[in-house]
Design a protein around this ligand. Structure first.
Ligand code: ADP
Length: 184
């Protein structure tokens, strides 16, 4: 398994890991969800299968309360049967060529997820590569946005998780993130 660690500050580090996010030993994992919070394929399907019915029940309550989650926003639920205590569900943008506000919406996914994490006392968090599967966001571009946004969040000097992992499923995605990290 590939793993790459970079310290952003003495207290906060980014870890790039190739693997399956459902296995992450962290306080919270982030789900690349859809706006309806209805089970999908990709990482969403994997998280729901591994986490079990408690996640679906929590999503159903959020749907009843507020309809779902807007693109660029995030909500938090239990992690159910996962090792992670929480799942943070964020709706990434669908790639439409890059001129429909996709970079800002993707950055917002990472910021809002980190904000919810801090609010809930999360010290360690794992992200997948949001929007780069079914939603078609080019992975090199998404990697740059993801890492830049996390770095900015940590640099603000207000509380942030101490360990921020990116768990990247395939080799090509892992390489895009390691390349983007060296260019940060
Ligand atoms: P989106 O709809 O936001 O594009 P997808 O789930 O289709 O979300 O894909 C996002 C990324 O998650 C892709 O790189 C995909 O390969 C990856 N992925 C799929 N399953 C897992 C998993 N179990 N752990 C980590 N990443 C995963």
């Amino acid at each position: 398994m590939h793993k790459h660690i970079t310290h952003l500050t003495p207290e906060a580090r980014i870890e790039l890991i190739q693997g399956d996010i459902t296995k992450a030993q962290v306080d919270a994992i982030v789900n690349a969800a859809n706006r309806q919070l209805i089970g999908g394929g990709g990482v969403d399907g994997a998280i729901r299968r591994a986490g079990g019915d408690a996640i679906e029940q929590a999503c159903a309550r959020i749907r009843e309360r507020q309809g779902g989650v807007e693109t660029g926003n995030a909500v938090i639920t239990t992690g159910g049967n996962l090792s992670a205590k929480y799942v943070i569900h964020t709706a990434g943008p669908v790639w439409e060529g890059g001129t429909a506000g996709e970079p800002e919406l993707l950055a917002s996914c990472y910021r809002e997820s980190l904000r919810l994490a801090v609010e809930n006392g999360v010290q360690t968090i794992a992200f997948p590569s949001i929007s780069t599967g079914i939603y078609g966001y080019p992975t090199e571009k998404a990697a740059a946005v993801a890492l830049h946004t996390v770095k900015e969040f940590v640099a603000r000097g207000v509380p942030a998780p101490t360990c921020i992992q990116f768990i990247l499923f395939d080799d090509v995605t892992y390489r895009c993130y390691t390349d983007a990290l060296t260019q940060l």
